[in-house]
Design a protein around this ligand. Structure first.
Ligand SMILES: [Zn+2]
Length: 82
């Protein structure tokens, strides 16, 4: 009996050497080259979006950290009057 499991899976063809690889493989087993995924551009957009979000968050935190100690009225409120 021949199992038809491998027939269902579409092989990922390496762009460097043209050999078929397992679709889940990230690296070509023949030439060792990286196997490009179709969602590559999507991942790049995601990474850029995450980076922009992190930068915005960092800028927001930094902005608030700088502002906090320079508040003139905050110091007076901490001291309680007996
Ligand atoms: Zn290859």
């Amino acid at each position: 009996m021949v199992s038809a499991d491998s027939a269902h899976i579409k092989p990922k063809v390496c762009k460097t050497c043209g050999n078929p690889n397992h679709p889940l493989e990230a690296q070509c087993r023949y030439c060792g080259g990286r196997l490009r995924v179709r969602m590559d551009w999507f991942c790049t957009v995601c990474i850029v979006l995450i980076a922009v979000t992190l930068l915005a968050l960092a800028g927001y935190i930094m902005h608030h950290r700088v502002r906090m100690p320079s508040r003139p009225g905050a110091v007076e409120f901490i001291e309680p009057t007996p």
